[in-house]
Design a protein around this ligand. Structure first.
Ligand SMILES: NC(=O)c1ccc[n+]([C@@H]2O[C@H](COP(=O)([O-])OP(=O)(O)OC[C@H]3O[C@@H](n4cnc5c(N)ncnc54)[C@H](OP(=O)(O)O)[C@@H]3O)[C@@H](O)[C@H]2O)c1
Ligand SMILES: *[C@@H]1O[C@H](CO)[C@@H](O)[C@H](O)[C@H]1NC(C)=O
Length: 336
């Protein structure tokens, strides 16, 4: 494990989900949110921008298997680095794509409440007959519209109950992980959200509890009082856009899981990005997508991605048998 010092520039961003994400994503998310019956709140805070990020793997994580690597998170649980994150589509599509993902070898799943298809996902899990203990299943709760400790706590509890109900359709009676999809509007609200997750954890309905789209201040709100600590922070992170810091998360015991690792919801990669990745990939016989995913892994992160194409699905898993050089990493680091 190489540990490289780097300087983090801390910028004040209007970190509102409305401002930082692309239009298409907002439309997708809005649609999903309408289905889920909730609305985004906005929050402001700090987010760290690494000027240089070349840690080999998050310090909190020990990776065992090289072919299909499984990280050990800071709570001791095992977490495959590559995950299939379901997008917004109907239950039947979710059902089919989950079966495809299982077939090509995915074992880690992010079935967000915002995707609106946890039931379709759960049905595929059931029909696959793959032993539950071989799967890693993560759900999510959106409760950032509530504010204050009590309201945030009860909104979050409603949220995870709804997850358990939906997953129950496929006989899934515990989760490996659940995430707060967005932080509440204040530290107090965030602590309310977290307190609810700790209760869910105490009831053994989930093995780990985690966060998504949390900046460092928001993480510190949780960490100051948490009795059970978050282990993953799911953030927008790709070669074209990576405002969060894997290392700063790692210092707090969290592994970054990239969402939109191939551009996706943050706006598709343009030809400049694709060409740069392709060029590097040629000598390894790897596609631009494989290079972009490998860059995340070598920066110490993990990823959740999605595809409707079986070949892409297996390509995206096949990123653990080559290594980018430091020069190539630097070239890729400078693309954003
Ligand atoms: N926590 C959050 O706030 C949040 C926000 C957004 C998304 N997410 C999660 O993250 C998941 C992934 O993010 P995302 O959908 O935004 O983006 P993504 O995974 O970066 O991008 C997916 C796109 O890349 C294409 N693709 C995949 N593999 C490819 C390959 N090997 N070669 C070429 N193209 C490839 C897919 O098209 P094809 O179908 O043609 O392959 C798809 O359109 C979502 O499904 C969701 O679960 C979470
Ligand atoms: C290059 O990759 C493709 C797709 O994975 C594979 O079919 C082919 O055999 C590889 N070629 C070499 C020379 O390794």
């Amino acid at each position: 494990m190489i540990s490289v010092r780097f300087i983090a520039l801390v910028l004040i961003l209007a970190y509102s989900s409305h401002l930082t994400f692309s239009l298409s994503q907002i439309q997708d998310r809005r649609k999903a949110i309408q289905q889920a019956g909730v609305v985004f709140g906005a929050s402001t805070g700090l987010i760290a921008i690494p000027t240089r990020s070349s840690v080999a793997l998050a310090e909190s994580v020990i990776v065992t298997n090289k072919i299909n690597p499984i990280a050990t998170l800071s709570d001791g649980s095992k977490f495959p680095l590559a995950s299939f994150g379901l997008q917004v589509y109907d239950d039947n599509t979710a059902y089919k794509l989950t079966l495809t993902a299982l077939e090509v070898g995915y074992r880690n799943f992010f079935a967000s409440v915002l995707a609106g298809n946890q039931r379709g996902f759960a049905k595929a899990i059931k029909e696959s007959n793959i032993p539950r203990e071989d799967l890693y299943i993560c759900g999510s709760v959106v409760s950032n519209r509530a504010s204050g400790f009590d309201d945030s706590k009860s909104a979050t509890t409603k949220g995870w109950m709804r997850n358990m109900e939906a997953f129950g359709v496929g006989g899934i009676d515990y989760l490996d992980q659940i995430m707060l999809d967005y932080p509440g509007p204040s530290c107090d609200s965030i602590r309310g959200q977290w307190s609810s997750f700790e209760e869910m954890h105490a009831q053994k309905l989930t093995k780990s509890i985690s966060v998504s789209n949390f900046n460092l201040d928001q993480l510190d709100c949780v960490l100051k009082t948490a009795t059970v600590k978050p282990v993953v922070n799911q953030l927008p992170y790709n070669v074209a856009y990576h405002p969060g810091s894997v290392t700063e998360n790692s210092k707090r015991g969290l592994l970054v899981q990239a969402w939109a690792p191939l551009g996706g919801s943050t706006g598709r990669f343009d030809s400049r990005i694709k060409d740069a990745c392709s060029l590097i990939g040629k000598q390894y016989n790897k596609s631009y997508a494989q290079v972009a995913l490998r860059w995340i892994i070598q920066n110490g992160g993990s990823f959740t991605t999605q595809s409707k194409n079986k070949d892409h699905f297996s390509e995206d898993l096949n990123v653990f048998d080559f290594e980018l050089t430091q020069n190539e990493m630097q070239t890729l680091n400078s693309l954003a």
